[in-house]
Design a protein around this ligand. Structure first.
Ligand SMILES: [Zn+2]
Length: 685
């Protein structure tokens, strides 16, 4: 299917269409809900225009009135104004969204006046103040339209020595305020107010229905109220809390809303509506308004849900000081969503993923919500021209690979960034859960970089795989399980070679098996693994951990403790601690019992014992086995056949059931005893 993604290019901006494919299939109630929420998202757009630049709304009205009455304007001139209008719409004002720099109207001021006059004669109505003539309006807006050195940067975090970040920023979050004015000032409405200095005093103009942007906020609230009857109960609670916050503007109500929003993790439709991110503010405090409406993409959500479930596994392996790992990573949810509408600061470069709220305290206590915008990802990737890939590739082969896998790779990076990156880690206690206060204007850049580094660190990680395909025999299956190192990724075993106990699929059936896998027609069989600890290292064994003599002709002495109590000392060639899965491997050749792999047990079997007691022990998985080397002869330790170390006199190894399990994909009943029967040629009679 080919459809248009890249709609238009305006200078260096690409206008890309995205598709909400699942929308048609949604139940009517959800569609109606999305409709009202979209209206609420659109109703707040002008808040952001005004926050970004105080002149933007008037400027927009001027150019839109000219365009609407464009028949009256000379075509060449109209084309220049139209190009400017497109950039203005794309960037929500005259500052470039990425560079923060102002762009100007590329015609002469006299030409703009000429176009405006022609439009006025054709019925255009301009935002004139009382008694103001048209040329006075345009003279007033001369700097904003034409002078690139007038308000050159919308946000300037590094204005240079001795310059103030607030006065160097053209945005409208502050009026006549500098950083030095803020010393000792107690800000009550940090996120949702404009700070104004009047007669030498600081004043907070609160964004609420009775305050600044009241008209737009009341309109947003009206649409949110209309959405309420169609929302799920948890979403309704969140929307009601949002309305309360819009009405009061109080911080406590903002917290209540964020909490209600985070708590609503399962609703099929979601919205972000409010003063969310603080990138626009050079101080990193004031929130810029944005609106997003989206719905759950069920197919893609399943993979992300599994990733979120695995968060503790990743957290335990984060590449930083263990004291900054979180003991319990909870609440990271991750539905894949399709986007319906984005407004305000969410545009024009829409995020591929969202992790909210930005309140670190709520994150640590209640977790956060993470979403990956599936259809935005798709649109970004599909709209890339081949020349772009070629520019950044060495060979044609690389171009082809990027075309084939680029979208998937970026989807995985985004998923890890959002699901694991932002929610990971622990803030040092003295920062009181608010690193942004310490890092100030560097906070968001550092936090985004951190989340991305987590993604890049883990992307080659087998754990991020959905399924592992093992082509070989039982040995290959063992290696696949070891590679996963306890990660809960299921393994499909394809049996190439001899009949194996573990592999499920014969090579001719592979394609069919994969089709069944992707259709969800399979089950997962979990197998107990053994955790063997030597000193402060540990190993996971699917089959067994074995201790054996190193020198031929000598037995070793191994003292066994069970749950801390001495059991006996074995004089033998070795000792095998095995799982039920391993009962048909090495343990079998040492005359250990054959145990159904569905059992959970630890089998302890001596190898060629030189003593009267030569039986296997079958222990409960909760019973802890410790083995100590007695005597001067060294003992070799192997895990699933791989040598992992040598023990000397007095060294100990401890074995017990591991918490992670090995997961095998099954496409039907898998009877290990039938394999046993065939292996041993057991008679049917
Ligand atoms: Zn991020």
């Amino acid at each position: 299917m080919t459809r248009t993604y890249l709609v238009e290019q305006v200078d260096d901006a690409a206008v890309v269409q995205y598709y909400a494919d699942g929308f048609e299939a949604l139940p009517l109630g959800q569609k109606v809900l999305i409709w009202h929420l979209s209206r609420a998202a659109l109703a707040g757009r002008d808040i952001y225009y005004d926050q970004r630049y105080r002149y933007s709304l008037e400027m927009r009205e001027v150019i839109e009135e000219i365009l609407v009455h464009g028949d009256a304007v000379a075509p060449d001139l109209l084309a220049k104004i139209r190009r400017y209008a497109k950039l203005f719409w794309i960037n929500s004002g005259p500052h470039n969204n990425l560079t923060a720099r102002k762009f100007v109207l590329m015609c002469r001021p006299a030409e703009l006046l000429e176009a405006a006059r022609a439009a006025a004669n054709a019925g255009a109505r301009f935002p004139l103040r009382a008694g103001e003539p048209l040329d006075a309006l345009l003279a007033r807006l001369h700097g904003p339209f034409f002078d690139s050195s007038f308000d050159p940067l919308v946000t300037s975090k590094t204005p240079g020595q001795g310059r103030d970040i607030l006065s160097a920023s053209a945005n409208n979050l502050y009026e006549s305020v500098t950083m030095s004015d803020l010393e000792g000032f107690e800000e009550r409405y940090g996120l949702n107010s404009r700070l104004v200095k009047r007669d030498g005093r600081l004043e907070e103009e609160v964004y609420r229905s009775s305050g600044r942007y009241g008209a737009q906020i009341r309109e947003v609230v009206r649409h949110l109220r209309a959405a309420l009857p169609h929302a799920t109960a948890p979403m309704r609670r969140a929307l009601e809390a949002l309305i309360t916050f819009y009405e009061s503007g109080e911080e406590a109500d903002r917290v209540a809303y964020d909490e209600a929003w985070v708590d609503d993790k399962d609703s099929p439709v979601d919205t972000i509506n409010g003063f969310i991110e603080n990138y626009l503010d050079a101080r990193g405090v004031k929130g810029a308004w944005e609106g997003i409406v989206c719905y759950v993409n069920h197919a893609k959500s399943e993979g992300l849900r599994r990733l979120a479930e695995a968060a503790p596994w990743f957290e335990a392996r984060m590449p930083w000081d263990p004291k900054y790992r979180r003991a319990d990573v909870t609440g990271v949810t991750s539905p894949a969503i399709d986007d319906v509408v984005e407004t305000g600061e969410a545009v024009p470069v829409t995020a591929m993923g969202i992790n909210s709220p930005n309140d670190q305290r709520i994150r640590e206590v209640r977790g956060s919500k993470s979403v990956s915008l599936a259809n935005i990802n798709e649109a970004y990737d599909k709209s890339q021209p081949p020349s772009f890939r070629r520019e950044f590739s060495w060979t044609e082969e690389e171009v082809a690979r990027a075309e084939k896998w680029g979208a998937l790779a970026s989807e995985v990076v985004t998923a890890i960034h959002e699901v694991l990156g932002h929610g990971s880690g622990k803030v040092a206690p003295h920062l009181d859960g608010q690193p942004q206060l310490a890092l100030k204007e560097q906070y968001s850049a550092l936090e985004e970089t951190r989340a991305d580094l987590v993604a890049l660190y883990f992307i080659p990680e087998p754990k991020s795989a959905e399924v592992v395909l093992s082509l070989g025999g039982d040995g290959t299956m063992l290696r696949a399980v070891h590679l996963l190192d306890g990660a809960a990724v299921p393994v499909i075993g394809v049996n190439v070679g001899l009949l194996g106990y573990l592999a499920e699929v014969e090579p001719p059936d592979l394609v069919h098996a994969l089709e069944r896998y992707f259709a969800g027609a399979y089950s997962v069989e979990s197998r107990m693994m053994l955790r063997a600890e030597i000193g402060d290292t540990h190993h996971l064994a699917l089959n067994e951990a074995s201790l054996e003599k190193r020198e031929a002709g000598h037995t070793v002495r191994l003292r066994v403790f069970i749950d801390g109590e001495m059991f006996t000392t074995y004089q033998a060639d070795g000792l095998i601690a095995s799982t039920p899965t391993g009962s048909t491997a090495y343990s079998l050749s040492a005359r250990g019992p054959v145990v159904s792999p569905r059992h959970r047990a630890v089998l302890l079997t001596p190898v060629s014992p030189h003593m009267l007691f030569d039986r296997s022990l079958v222990l409960d998985p909760a019973e802890r086995v410790e083995i100590e080397v007695i005597g001067h002869r060294p003992v070799v330790v192997a895990v699933d056949g791989q040598r992992v170390g040598t023990l000397q006199e007095g060294d100990r190894i401890s074995c017990g059931a591991a918490a992670p399990e090995a997961l095998f994909v099954r496409f039907g009943p898998h009877h290990f005893h039938q394999v046993l029967k065939r292996k041993f040629g057991l008679a049917d009679r």
